[in-house]
Unconditional design. Structure first.
Ligand code: ATP
Ligand code: MG
Length: 287
C-alpha cells in the first residue's frame, strides 16, 4: 500500500476500522524503509530551504491523534534536518480564559506560520470537533442560546473548518492533515511503559485513562471529522501508528509530496542586482 491508500481528499470515504495500524499488509522491509526515510528527510531539508527563500507559500501541518500515538516523536522527526528558523511548532492545549472568550478559530490564526515557513500544529482546531464533541463541552460555553441549541452545531463547525481551510489555501498556504492511527492495544502498551519507566512517568496523566475509556466515541468523532473535512486542498492522511519507524516514513512521504507540489524556487535576482553582484565580485577579486 502506498501513501495514496492512506490519503483522504474527499474522493473516498473513510471507515476507520478498515485501516491498518501497522505495516503488515504493506509487506515492507524495515531496513529499506529506514533508508527511504533518511533520504526523504534530506530532500525535505533542501526543499524547506527553498520554501523559506521563496516565501511564496506556507505549509501548515496539522497533527492529530489519541494519546501516546506518537505526536511528540513525530514532531521531533519532522524537525530533523530542518532549519529551526523556518518552522513554528504550536501545541494546542485546553483553551485559556482569553481564548474561550473568542471564536474557536481565533487562536488558530495567531498560530499560523508566515508564508515561507512550515507551521506544525500539535493538536489543532480539530479538538473543537473532537474532545468538545465527545464530552459535549460546548454546552457549557458562554454563548448565545441560538448557537448552543443548534442541533447542527458540529455540522456547522465542519463547514466552518472546511471554509477556513479553503480560505488558507486561497491565501497561499498548503495544508497537510495527519491522523496517527494507533491501535487500542498499542496505546495500552505505551501507557504501561510510561508507568513502568521512571523517566517516562511525566508523560502519563490519569486523565489519559478516562479518555481511553471513551475510545469508541473518539474513533467515531475522528471518522466524522475526517469525512466532513477531507478535500483536495486540505487532505487527511490516516497513517498506521503502531510502528514508529513506519509512521515516520509515511509522514515524511506526505510532507515531501506537498513540498514538491509547492515546488519552491530560489528567487532569481533582477538583472540590475545581478550586475551589481558582478561588480562586487570584480572589486573583491582586485583586492
Ligand atoms: P501528550 O501526548 O504529551 O499527553 P497532549 O497533546 O495530549 O500531549 P496534554 O497537555 O496532555 O497534551 O493535553 C492537551 C489537552 O488539551 C488534550 O486533552 C486536548 O484534548 C485538550 N484540548 C485541546 N484543545 C481543546 C479544546 N478546544 N477544548 C477542550 N480541550 C482541548
Ligand atoms: Mg495528553
Amino acid at each position: 500500500m502506498s501513501l495514496k491508500n492512506y490519503c483522504f481528499d474527499g474522493s473516498q470515504k473513510l471507515s476507520l476500522h478498515k485501516l491498518p495500524h501497522d505495516s503488515k499488509k504493506d509487506n515492507v522491509n524495515k531496513e529499506t524503509i529506514l533508508a527511504k526515510t533518511a533520504k526523504n528527510e534530506q530532500e525535505i531539508s533542501l526543499l524547506q530551504d527553498k520554501l523559506y527563500a521563496d516565501g511564496k507559500e506556507g505549509l501548515l501541518i496539522v497533527l492529530q491523534a489519541m494519546d501516546a500515538a506518537g505526536k511528540d516523536s513525530t514532531v521531533k522527526h519532522v524537525m530533523t534536518g530542518v532549519n529551526p528558523q523556518g518552522i513554528d511548532v504550536y501545541s494546542f492545549k485546553q483553551p485559556s480564559k482569553e481564548e474561550m472568550s473568542h471564536d474557536f478559530l481565533w487562536r488558530v490564526n495567531k498560530a499560523l506560520p508566515a508564508r515561507g515557513k512550515i507551521g506544525l500544529l500539535n493538536r489543532s482546531y480539530y479538538e473543537d470537533v473532537l474532545v468538545v464533541k465527545v464530552h459535549n463541552l460546548y454546552k457549557t460555553y458562554n454563548m448565545a442560546e441560538r448557537c448552543l441549541e443548534d442541533k447542527a452545531f458540529f455540522e456547522k463547525r465542519y463547514r466552518h473548518i472546511s471554509n477556513y481551510e479553503e480560505y488558507l489555501y486561497d491565501s497561499s498556504y498548503r495544508i497537510v492533515k495527519i491522523f496517527l492511527n494507533v491501535s487500542k492495544d498499542a496505546q495500552k502498551k505505551r501507557f504501561l511503559e510510561r508507568i513502568n519507566d521512571k523517566e517516562k512517568n511525566w508523560k502519563f496523566s490519569s486523565s489519559d485513562l478516562s479518555e481511553r475509556a471513551l475510545w469508541d466515541d473518539y474513533q467515531e468523532a475522528y471518522e466524522d471529522a475526517i469525512n466532513s473535512t477531507a478535500s483536495k486542498h486540505a487532505p487527511w492522511y490516516v497513517l498506521p501508528a503502531d510502528q514508529k519507524w513506519y509512521t515516520r516514513y509515511l509522514v515524511s512521504e506526505a510532507i515531501l509530496k506537498t513540498l514538491k507540489e509547492i515546488d519552491p524556487q530560489y528567487p532569481k535576482l533582477p538583472d540590475e542586482q545581478a550586475a551589481l553582484l558582478q561588480k562586487s565580485k570584480e572589486a573583491l577579486d582586485k583586492e
